[in-house]
Design a protein around this ligand. Structure first.
Ligand code: ATP
Ligand code: MG
Length: 364
């Protein structure tokens, strides 16, 4: 048996990635119940290589899982076919990009540096053709609807799109309050926030982000107006009962629980992807308790992911619980890797985002 660092060395996969594979149920080590340490067998090195090669082939987690356990998956060939189609459309997009860049290069030698910058910006600032209507919903309080709505608006705005947020309830701690507080702190949001009553006045070519509340009527209004629906689920809480209610409400509203327009976002979760950062000056007993709590939370997330997968519900991603979000309250962060990566992919704008984390290019 190997400790994660030794397994990382032998497999050539970073420990952080191995933790993610664990949370996703792809490569599950034995976990020491006391220390929380992960132990891997040498047999798992082969599985790790298979996972890496499937990732290299662009497979998503669901497909990798299916390929690892082919006998459990009746429609594996259908899934592979869908993947081939995705690869084809990506290839077409990349080919178009290459042709555009080559066209620019043919302009000749007098091209100046500002020209190059302008051209490059125009490439990834190009709006996708569709206008996005995305709603953040959930029947539980404090699951991150407002935070993720504001962060998504920030992302779309940074991509050069016209964005407006609609605070569906118009009262409480929603997006309108956020906008008001941001203005009072001399950091106004770079996009407008409206009430639902003002919705009909918003121009057609504007992306609209709906911030709803746990109330059934707000959930319903937002779900019916949006074409992208994000169900926010607090992965650290007791979610089963509410999830059942949410799914039956979505079913009654006729919102399909598969396909690209619907997904579950696990929010405020204990971060299963990064190592536990212990506060300084803890006693040995406190360290043990922290680790114990951490392992339990990770277990919760892993179980929830399995449950959602068994229900064939698309999981958009896990937004880790990070103190920075609490501290950032009511300001407008410029670049949020966790949120933007997950939500950009869901909204189909990730190809417009710069490939590397680069905060300076993200100033709204
Ligand atoms: N990823 C995160 N990590 C840590 N704290 C977070 C995260 N996301 C949101 N929060 C915090 O959780 C609290 C609830 O978030 P938020 O207001 O976005 O949820 P909500 O679902 O809109 O709540 P409400 O039921 O009031 O509408 C806020 O204090 C927010 O700062
Ligand atoms: Mg809210």
């Amino acid at each position: 048996m190997m400790h994660i660092s030794e397994f990382a060395r032998q497999s050539g996969i970073r420990a952080q990635t191995l933790r993610r594979y664990h949370a996703q149920g792809l490569l599950v080590p034995e976990v020491d119940p006391h220390s929380g340490y992960r132990w891997y067998s040498s047999r798992q090195l082969h599985t790790a290589r298979v996972i890496q090669s499937l990732r290299g082939a662009g497979c998503n987690v669901a497909l990798i899982r299916a390929m690892l356990h082919p006998s459990d998956v009746p429609d594996l060939l259908g899934q592979l076919e869908a993947h081939a189609l995705t690869l084809r459309s990506q290839a077409t997009h990349q080919q178009a990009l290459a042709i555009t860049i080559e066209g620019f290069l043919q302009r000749g030698k007098d091209t100046t540096l500002p020209d190059i910058h302008e051209f490059w910006n125009s490439l990834w600032l190009t709006p996708a053709d569709a206008h996005i209507r995305v709603a953040f919903v959930g029947l539980k309080g404090g699951v991150g609807r407002t935070t993720n709505a504001i962060y998504t608006a920030t992302l779309l705005q940074a991509l050069g799109r016209n964005v407006a947020v609609v605070d569906v309830s118009g009262h409480g701690d929603g997006a309108l309050t956020w906008a008001r507080q941001a203005s009072q702190r001399d950091k106004p949001l770079p996009f407008p926030v409206y009430t639902l009553r003002q919705y009909p006045d918003i121009a057609e070519d504007v992306d609209v982000i709906f911030d709803s509340t746990p109330r059934g009527e707000d959930f319903t209004a937002a779900a019916l107006l949006a074409d992208h629906l994000v169900l926010c689920v607090d992965a650290g809480g007791m979610v089963q009962h509410t999830l059942q209610l949410e799914l039956s409400l979505l079913q009654r509203l006729g919102v399909g629980c598969s396909g690209s327009a619907f997904g579950v976002l696990l929010t405020g979760a204990a971060d299963p992807l990064t190592p536990l950062e212990l506060p300084e000056e803890l006693t040995a007993q406190e360290v043990w308790e922290w680790r114990e709590e951490w392992a339990q939370l990770q277990q919760l997330v892993a179980e929830l992911l399995q449950d959602l997968s068994a229900r064939s519900l698309p999981v958009l991603g896990v937004i880790p619980h990070r103190e920075v979000h609490m501290a950032a309250g009511f300001t407008c962060p410029q670049y949020l890797h966790d949120h933007h990566r997950v939500l950009g992919r869901f909204l189909g704008v990730d190809h417009l985002m710069p490939p590397h984390r680069s905060p300076s290019t993200w100033s709204p």
